[in-house]
Design a protein around this ligand. Sequence first.
Ligand SMILES: [Zn+2]
Length: 296
Amino acid sequence: MDRDLHHQTVQRALELGRGTDPAVLPEIIALLRFPSTEVRRLAASAIAKLAPFGADPVAAIPALVPVALRDAHPQVQQYALKALKCFGHHAAAHLADLDDLTNNPHAKDYVRRAANSAATAIREAVRLQQENARHKCLRCGCETTAEEHARSQQAFQRSFCDSCFDEVYLDRRNFDAKVELSKTITAKAGTLVQSDGERLIADWLAAHHIAYRYDERYRILNGHAIRPDFYLPELDVYIEYWGMDTADYKIGMLKKQQLYQQEGKRLISIHPPDKPHLDTLLRRKLALFGYTIPPA
Ligand SMILES: [Zn+2]
């Protein structure tokens, strides 16, 4: 390279390294590809200095990684490794490569130490990031503390702050109470059900001596609390009667059906138009699960 040009480029790299404006990052990245070892080393050093000022990790890391791992000059590698270290958890995807370099007996000792130091710092940054992961209350949007998150996660599989936790808990309890109150239809077996469709199902099950539990407390399927209409413990089959027709209800229905499917649960869905041929339908669906029901 022309000596004057080289001198100018080195000066420019030094100048960029002294600045605090992350917008010059593309110019520095271009210097990482210069034939001059000195320029590449200064460029890597400049990126490290800009990292705390918000240099974009998405641009910086892919430019640094090949230099850190494979630059022809070990000293340039060392500086690029130091720069990678400054990007903390953003560089987590490259930990395996850094470990390989740490353990590579052909690499210079100081390069291996720099790789090890970068990997250690990046791992620590990842750990801290996970520890401080922020969760927002699903109801009011405020940030939940780690304790609030843990507690509401356990109860509802959701993040709620303490005051919303109580509200949600009460809502849930009122909902349960409302469901109890709406069970006003008595099936033959004495079970109080919520609708005519459910009564038909309960009666059919009783007539065929199939044991069932109706509207049990919540069961947790895949982290979601759901409440099946009917559960047949001897056959390990769930029956849901999808009696309502509102949009909200249908969204809930699809979600619930998906959960059953994901968990490999055996679900029989009954809809209001099925009521007149409930007998045929239940026989056919139970037969799919291997159960032949003798005529009543
Ligand atoms: Zn809240």
